[in-house]
Design a protein around this ligand. Sequence first.
Ligand code: HEC
Length: 134
Amino acid sequence: MFRMWIILFLLFASYTIAVYRNCDEKDVTVTNPDVHALAGWKVWQRNNCQSCHQIYGLGGYMGPDLTNVISDSGKSKQYLQTFIKYGTGKMPDFHLSDSEVNNLIAFLHWIDKSGRSKVPIERVTSTWNYNFSK
Ligand code: HEC
């Protein structure tokens, strides 16, 4: 029994090392959140935004992942402010003040700088050899 635990631990440790050695740390500048981002984080938690939205894929799935919504070129600051302030038929209106909305935007800016939620296609490698012609 003890030997089985040792084997399981070694498997766990080697898998953990393999995963962390390949993690993508390039282009990631980890900074502490400023006062606005911190205030926005509180608004995020108080209104439980994560029950419907994911950050890095974690959270509810009713709304989209918001990790990189700020750097999405198709979505302007006004678009996000309006969305958060008034909601839609599917997203509730939380009756937030303008400063709460702006703090949420600062929070989303800070999250955006922490990395990418999707793996860019050029970083996807495979060693499989599929034959799609069959
Ligand atoms: C009850 C679930 C729910 C909660 C809670 C919720 N949202 Fe949403 N949110 C949605 C849905 C659903 C959409 C997509 C709506 C649509 O397309 O009409 C959305 C869309 C958004 C978008 C636009 C995303 C895009 O890519 O266009 C932003 C920004 C956003 N939500 C921010 C927030 C913030 C900030 C909070 C917390 C204050 C929050 N949401 C709480 C359900 C929710």
